[in-house]
Design a protein around this ligand. Structure first.
Ligand code: CDT
Length: 308
């Protein structure tokens, strides 16, 4: 059975003016630290190469396109791929993707330890709104800049482990984890950018936001008997704070490692994937216990309908 050291490479703030090259240098520094600690896989955040640009309202398409990558790897990220290959470490990170036929996605990729891209995921649950919202303390325009992902929730056998990806808001939806759980997932890598403040409820408090993130990641892990790695982009980006709280969760839902700062910070844990078996063969043996005859609403109905 496979044992791997998995690292979460939390990134601190990336300012609007920061170049991709400067961010890649920081990602490589974390990769070097991960190598010294024996990591086999490093998980980076959502939209890891730039500031969280969906907070900015833009109309000019050239201005919008600046934030998107048209190929991966590209000249800015090739050093990261090369370094990961030299260190024999698999990586996964998020970026904004513009496809050759003009589609825009919030994407993440995962590589093997030879820096080959073995999996791609495009974010399905896009939060926020598509037009400038005067009621919010700040904007969250993911629905403006991205289309919902078109690839579904897939898994890949990578380095002997069944791995899947999700991105930020996806972690709050049990459907995300269950779709991968039904494919035997053993590790779910999730990058995120979560504002420290609720744009529509400013007095919500950071503790509650961190709690909801942890709750979602821990529940997803336990209910599908899988490791989950949730990695933040944190810190204050041009005056806008993003929360940290990166964690590595085991298949029992326990937290194995947790970031303590809102800066570039590496967390690491040894993951013995044999530990996924017990839950998958007992309480969450889907084949024996699921009752799909009662789950029809999950895929046939989107919003809640109150008829009583
Ligand atoms: N990036 C991302 O998906 N962030 C959301 C913020 C939700 S508030 C509009 C999240 O779920 O953390």
């Amino acid at each position: 059975m496979t044992v791997m050291k998995i690292a979460g490479a939390q990134l601190g703030a990336i300012q609007k003016a920061d170049s991709r090259e400067s961010v890649v240098k920081r990602m490589i520094a974390l990769l070097d630290e991960a190598a010294t600690k024996g990591a086999n896989l490093v998980v980076y955040p959502e939209l890891a190469l730039t500031t969280f640009f969906p907070r900015w309202y833009m109309e000019n398409q050239a201005e919008i396109d600046f934030w998107f990558e048209t190929e991966m790897p590209n000249s800015a990220t090739q050093p990261l791929f090369d370094h990961a290959r030299d260190l024999n470490i698999a990586i996964t990170f998020g970026y904004a993707e513009k496809t050759p036929d003009g589609h825009y996605y919030n994407t993440s990729i995962i590589t093997d330890r030879h820096a080959n891209i073995v999996g791609k995921y495009r974010k399905i649950h896009l939060p926020g709104h598509s037009e400038y919202d005067t009621q919010r303390a700040f904007q969250h325009l993911e629905k403006r800049y991205f289309e919902p992902g078109d690839l579904g929730f897939n898994v890949w056998r990578n380095e002997g482990v069944v791995m899947g990806m999700a991105i930020c808001n996806d972690r709050r939806w049990p459907e995300t984890f269950r779709c991968m759980g039904l494919q035997g997932v053993e590790l779910v890598a999730i990058g995120y950018n979560t504002p420290s403040v609720n744009a529509q409820m400013s007095d919500e408090g950071l503790d509650k936001r961190l709690f909801h993130s942890q709750l979602s990641l821990q529940a997803g892990a336990y209910q599908n008997a899988t490791y989950v790695v949730g990695v933040a982009k944190a810190g204050v980006e041009d005056g806008h704070p993003l929360m940290g709280g990166s964690i590595i969760v085991d298949p029992d839902g326990f937290i194995l490692a947790k970031a303590m700062t809102e800066e570039d910070e590496l967390i690491i844990a040894e993951c013995d994937f044999a530990k996924c078996d017990f839950g998958k063969k007992t309480i969450f043996d889907f084949e024996r216990h699921r009752r799909i005859e009662h789950y029809g609403r999950i895929t046939s109905q989107t919003g809640a309908i109150v008829e009583v």
